[in-house]
Design a protein around this ligand. Structure first.
Ligand SMILES: Nc1ncnc2c1ncn2[C@@H]1O[C@H](COP(=O)(O)OP(=O)(O)OP(=O)(O)O)[C@@H](O)[C@H]1O
Length: 245
């Protein structure tokens, strides 16, 4: 038995199907099983359309039509946070209000200065979402997620459709804020280099119906993951998973 407070995220989805508009059954997940240890940063990497977002939706409780089970880490489901590709911010609230509105009652009045500072949001605390660039809006969504001190954080391609420079900056900010407030993270991506840069472990999925093809452990400290090292890691990864893009 796991000691209290160190339960992993456990996923055991036996089957998930969708029915298309024409009535055809689409097998999306089949025998998808994996664990993410407490405090671990794991990436779910798989080809487009293999079922990554579907998996996150199930874990978030947004889709209950599947067979199988999952177990959230200790403290969830109340302390669960998610950041999606589209930063869902309330347009009539300021950045600060958008973050505060997500806080549980016991965090009311919480000091958010250092979180805003780390994420470079201090100058835009009182701006409205329509006044933000996409990069800033994504940072506000990250601030909102971390402010709740989640026991598990789900990220669904949070840096997609950003220019590479902005995405790179946000990845570094994510690492800084996660290092200051470590939590169990499951991040969906189809960007191998992003996964190699950020993850402790990459969970590689097959094409649809998705199951785990294998896992790739990254034991090297993130500070040493420079461009050259990432090239070497990508080579090593492709040797192990030759059919992965
Ligand atoms: N509500 C739905 N009804 C029918 N089919 C769906 C539904 N949602 C997803 N699908 C199908 O399920 C499959 C998996 O979709 P999902 O969005 O989970 O993939 P993904 O791995 O996240 O893809 P991407 O990397 O492109 O975002 C796709 O073929 C998709 O078309």
């Amino acid at each position: 038995m796991q000691p209290a407070g160190v339960a992993p995220l456990k996923v055991d989805i036996v089957k998930k199907t969708f029915r298309s508009a024409e009535g055809v059954t689409i097998d999306v997940l089949r025998g998808l099983s994996f664990e993410v240890r407490q405090g671990e940063f794991a990436c779910l990497l798989g080809p487009s359309g293999c079922g990554k977002t579907t998996t996150l939706r199930i874990l978030l409780g947004l889709d209950r039509e599947f067979s199988g089970s999952y177990q959230l880490p200790e403290g969830s489901p109340k302390r669960i946070a998610a950041v999606f590709q589209e930063p869902v911010l309330l347009p009539w609230r300021t950045v600060e209000q958008n973050v505060r509105i997500a806080l549980p009652p016991r965090f009311k009045g919480k000091d958010l200065d250092s979180l805003f500072e780390i994420l470079g949001l201090t100058p835009v605390r009182s701006l409205y979402p329509s006044e933000l660039s996409l990069g800033l809006a994504r940072r506000a969504a990250l601030a909102r997620a971390f402010a709740t001190e989640p026991s598990v954080l789900f990220l669904d391609e949070p840096f997609a459709s950003l220019d590479e420079r902005t995405a790179g900056r946000l990845r570094r900010l994510l690492m800084t804020v996660w290092a200051a407030r470590p939590t169990t993270v499951l991040m969906v991506t189809h960007n191998l280099r992003e996964a190699l840069l950020l993850a402790d472990r990459i969970i590689v999925l097959t094409p649809r119906p998705a199951r785990v093809l294998g896992t790739f452990d990254l034991r090297l400290s993130r500070e040493f993951r420079d461009t050259r090292t990432l090239d070497d890691l990508a080579l090593e990864f492709h040797k192990r998973f030759p059919d992965t893009e």
